[in-house]
Design a protein around this ligand. Structure first.
Ligand code: HSE
Length: 429
């Protein structure tokens, strides 16, 4: 016999409209799969969406009506932002409703309070759409790899940033950063405030969530190291290419003996690596675990359809078995804090670029500074010397970041070195 689950949709923007249309379009297929009719009981939105036929739907302009509606079993919070969304979700939980959200900022910054309230109220909070859009990576890590010990997660988890870096890396590309960003906004990929995309905050929200479900810790967005892509120049992309690398914006979390690494930053990766093949708005998440080994998940990380796919699959999960999986994938009583390593305690190889006077002895002085800090040089080359000045590109062996910082301070103090030294981490995943 077909059961009914009442769905309340709050927010009818890109994700809300995609969710509405998907629930309608695939209603019969979902009944076949689940035996459940997922009925849109009410939609709360400030204005109608031109792509949605709302003629036979209960529409309210007050989203808080939805969380009070007795016909709603699951509230889909798709309004974005933090403060009102938090109030809405807590009200839904308080009224005994399950919650599905696409809101990574909300989960990364207020998830602890939300999960505690949900556990106390005996309801579920699901957030697959918050990380990597249409890729079911939360489910993969939390459920598909439930028997594994996770060692690291690394990924390209912001579509807008990847879209921009890909466009800047195309052969002969001379597209300006702002122009490519505008295109990403028009395609509905970018956040309302696109600095969240280009400065890494969006990726940091997603990584904070992934790290918590990987290691069973509280969500530590507050401890994240975050660096954006706005300082990456066409010259860096070109030099990286000549060295056999491409530049990607990565989120990396890794469990080590002394604590967890939690960092978002641009990185040089080998052009032949799997993550280097992830282009445009696509996302990919690589998970290292034992005994499964390395697994990788690829797909569209943004846009109405892919994100709605994740929202609806959470609605299905909640309809089928609401409390089957703990919110963070670990029993609530066994979530444990682990120290998060400060970025200068992590170790990496580095790409350095500096502009130096093109005269005898300069390279020796640069090498000597690096040598004094025990930084071994894999390559050091001068490029495109012009009018007595030359960019110098250096690739180092692995070094602790605090040691590199000290060396860079000394390099910048050399009279022959002009401008700030550019440094980008090199990751071999
Ligand atoms: N602005 C985000 C991105 C949307 O570009 O990835 C999906 O979270």
């Amino acid at each position: 016999m077909t059961r009914r689950i009442g769905v309340g949709i709050c927010g009818l923007g890109t994700v809300g409209s995609g969710t509405f249309n998907l629930l309608r379009a695939n209603a019969d297929e979902m009944i076949r799969k689940t035996g459940i009719r997922f009925d849109i009981a009410q939609v709360g939105c400030r204005r109608d969406h031109p792509d949605c036929d709302l003629s036979d739907v209960d529409v309210t302009r007050d989203i808080f009506d939805v969380v009070k509606n007795p016909g709603v079993d699951v509230v889909a919070e798709l309004i974005g932002g933090i403060d009102v969304a938090f109030e809405l979700v807590m009200a839904a939980i308080g009224n005994g409703k399950h919650v599905v959200t696409a809101n990574k900022a909300l989960i990364a910054e207020r998830g602890e309070e939300i999960f505690a309230a949900a556990t106390a109220a005996g309801v579920s909070v699901r957030y697959e759409a918050a990380v990597a859009g249409g890729i079911p990576v939360i489910k993969a890590v939390r459920e598909g790899l439930a028997g594994n010990r996770i060692d690291f997660i690394a990924g390209i988890i912001n579509g807008t940033g990847n879209f921009i870096l890909t466009a800047m890396s195309e052969p002969g590309s001379n597209r300006a950063f702002a122009e490519v960003l505008k295109e990403a906004q028009e395609l509905g990929y970018a956040e309302a405030d696109p600095t969240f995309d280009v400065e890494g905050i969006d990726a940091a929200h997603k990584l904070a969530i992934l790290s918590a479900i990987a290691f069973g810790t509280p969500i530590r967005f507050d401890a994240m190291y975050t660096e954006g892509i706005s300082a990456v120049t066409p010259a860096d992309i070109r030099y990286a290419d000549q060295l056999g690398y491409c530049i990607k914006h990565l989120g990396i979390t890794r469990r080590g003996e002394d604590g967890i690494e939690l960092r978002v930053h641009p990185a040089l990766i080998d052009k032949t690596s799997m993550l280097a093949q992830v282009n445009g708005v696509m996302n990919a998440v690589m998970v290292g675990s034992e005994p499964a080994g390395v697994t990788m998940y690829y797909g569209a990380g943004a846009g109405a359809g892919p994100t709605a796919s994740a929202v609806v699959s959470d609605i299905v999960d909640v309809g089928r078995a609401p409390l089957a999986v703990p919110n963070l994938g670990f029993d609530a009583d066994s979530i444990r804090s682990m120290p998060v390593l400060a970025i200068d305690q992590t170790r990496c190889c580095f790409y350095l670029k500096l502009t130096a006077l093109d005269k005898a002895g300069v390279m020796a002085r640069i090498s000597s500074v690096l040598g004094q800090h025990n930084i071994s040089i894999e390559s050091l080359v001068q490029r495109d010397a012009r009018a007595g000045h030359a960019p110098v590109v250096i690739v180092t062996d692995e070094v602790q970041e605090s040691e590199l910082d000290a060396a860079i301070t000394e390099l910048q103090a050399l009279p022959e070195v002009e401008e700030k030294v550019t440094r980008i981490r090199i990751e071999s995943l």
